[in-house]
Each structure stands twice: as C-alpha cells, then as structure tokens.
Design a protein around this ligand. Structure first.
Ligand SMILES: Cc1ncc(C[n+]2csc(CCOP(=O)(O)OP(=O)(O)O)c2C)c(N)n1
Ligand code: SF4
Length: 299
C-alpha cells in the first residue's frame, strides 16, 4: 500500500458518467469503491480494475484507474495474472453473478483456493441485466424470466458457501443500499493479503425491480432492507464453522465480514524466487546463442 501525505478525494477516481439505468445498484458499488480507494490513500495509477461482461462489467470504464474489460467470466484469471506480474498494484476483479458464478464459476473456485492477492467484487443482482433479464445462477427458485417462464426449477448457487468450503481467506457481503458500510467492507477486502470475495447485493431495477412476498410485490431495495442481517462487533469472523452456520441460519442474507483467515500465506509466498519487483523491471538474462536459436524458429 503506498504511503501518501496528500488526502485523495473520491472524485480522483471518477471517470465518464455511467449509462446504467437510474437507481441501478451498481451506482452504489461504484461510489463506495471510489470512497474506499480514496480512504486507502491510493491514486488512480496504483489501481487496476479488471472486469467481465455485463452491466456490472462497465464499472472499469466509470472508475478512473488502469482497467481491462475482459471476456465474459474471465476477469478473475486475468486479474491474477496482472497481480503476479506487478504485485505493487492494487488489483480488483469485478463483474456480475452470471459472469462470476455461471460462466466464470470454474475460475472463481480455483482462484479461491489459489489465494492470489486480488479483491473480487461481485455485483449480485440475481439476474442477467445486460442481456435483458434472463435467470442467473443466483436467481431464486421459482424466478420467472424469459428463460424460465414457468419459474426456475433450479436451486440457486450459494457463492459464499462455495468460497468458504474451498478455503477463501476473506469473505464479505454488502448491499448497495448501504454505501457507507459497503465502502468500509471494500477497504477491509483490499487490505487483506490474499484473495478476498466481496459479494454485493446490487439490485437490477429494470429486470428484478420487485420481489414477491406473501402475495405482495415489494420494491427490491425495500425487500433487502427488510431481510438483511447486519453483523456487529460481537461476531467473530475467524472461525470457519461459525461462518458456515451463520450463512445457513440466515439463508446467506448477511452483511459484514463473514470470514477472515489472517494466517494462511498468499499464493506468491509459495513461488520459489518470486520477487515483488514488477516483471517488466526484472532483468531477463538471455545468452546470445539461445536468442539466435529461438529467433531461428520464427524465420
Ligand atoms: C461467452 C459469452 N457468452 C454469453 C455472452 C452474453 N452475455 C453478456 S453479459 C451476460 C450476462 C450478464 O449477467 P451478469 O453477469 O449477472 O451481469 P449484469 O449484466 O447483471 O451486471 C451474457 C450471458 C457473452 N458476452 N459471452
Ligand atoms: S439493466 Fe439492471 S443491472 Fe443493467 S444497468 Fe439497468 S438496472 Fe442496472
């Protein structure tokens, strides 16, 4: 983390104005991230946001820093590569629930066990927003959409439980309707040395505007406000069993730091000869005849 004496404003991380629908939860995620980066004393050229495809994937265009808009479901492996090539950067992978827990589910699981020092922000709106409202991996059973007109028969994926089972060293959950708490969670997720998963309930007000309960349609923000259980300081996030029970007890509708393992070393500490010098600055000795042999293959 760089040292700085000049206070940084969240505005330093503002770029073009987002084209998200008014009231989209992703606005809350963006402003919380800008605030968190400022609070950490980062500057835009310390940060790389690597995003996937989706409405949420646009975040790297709206957050002023280095950025890579990758393929659908591929933000996490690219982010790991960026971090290993230049460990001096703060690397954030970002995307939606379809991106991370559907097409990118394989990468997600392996990134969790690999524990590269990357923060993964998932804007979980329980629907495919960009492609117009199809059922996603976290849509609840019974969800009606163009792909499940009779209601989804599938049980949703439980990403936090998957992460916990596979050895994720930091797991948190936030809500874009509570941006102050969300920003504080982002600060902790970024400070963690290792892979951190921050799942954010970030409502899609166009394709999942209301949630039905007891025959009544509730505004999606109101529904989350009514159901989310907010952890306080009495909760100890260092016990995996307790974290699992907590998720089961509240059907995953919990916000706060759910699990934190500060003893497991990150991936880079297991790499022989690994150095924190960016790869681009390392001298790569290459004998002249080795180079000639290599070049000959391309002639
Ligand atoms: C390989 C591939 N398959 C499918 C798509 C089409 N596609 C683009 S975004 C998307 C889903 C977006 O949903 P989500 O990841 O939840 O993000 P949101 O738009 O809700 O933020 C899909 C299926 C694609 N771009 N690439
Ligand atoms: S479609 Fe949904 S997720 Fe996409 S910008 Fe609009 S509200 Fe947000």
């Amino acid at each position: 983390m760089p040292e700085t004496t000049t206070p940084v404003s969240p505005k330093a991380f503002a770029s073009e104005w987002p084209t998200w629908c008014p009231r989209c939860g992703d606005f809350g995620v963006l402003s919380a991230l800008q605030k968190a980066a400022a609070q950490l004393g980062l500057s835009p050229d310390d940060v790389v946001v690597v995003s996937g495809i989706g409405c949420s994937g646009k975040i790297n265009s709206y957050f002023r820093s280095y950025g890579l808009h990758t393929l659908h479901g591929r933000s996490v492996p690219v982010a790991q590569g960026v971090k290993l090539a230049n460990p001096q950067l703060t690397v954030i992978a970002a995307g939606g629930d379809g991106d991370g827990y559907g097409i990118g589910a394989g990468h997600f699981m392996h990134a969790v066990r690999r524990n590269v020092d990357v923060t993964y922000l998932v804007m979980d709106n329980q629907v495919y927003g960009l492609t117009k409202g199809q059922t996603s991996p976290t849509s609840p059973q019974g969800f009606h959409s163009p792909t499940t007109p009779n209601g989804s028969a599938d049980n949703p994926v439980h990403p936090l439980r998957v992460a916990l089972a596979n050895g994720c060293t930091w797991i948190g959950q936030g809500f874009s309707g509570d941006p102050n708490k969300l920003s504080a969670l982002m600060v902790q997720a970024i400070q963690h040395r290792g892979f951190s998963l921050l799942n954010v309930f970030s409502p899609c007000v166009t394709y999942r505007a209301t949630i039905e309960e007891n025959g009544e349609k509730l505004d999606v923000y109101q529904w989350f406000k009514n159901h989310l259980y907010s952890l306080d300081e009495s909760y100890n996030p260092h016990d995996r069993g307790t974290a699992f029970s907590l998720l089961l007890e509240h059907n995953d509708l919990v916000t706060g730091v759910i699990y934190e393992d500060t003893t497991t070393a990150p991936y880079d500490s297991f790499l022989p000869g690994y150095t924190t010098t960016p790869m681009a600055e390392l001298a790569v000795p290459l004998e002249e005849d080795s180079f000639a042999k290599m070049a000959a293959q391309f002639q």
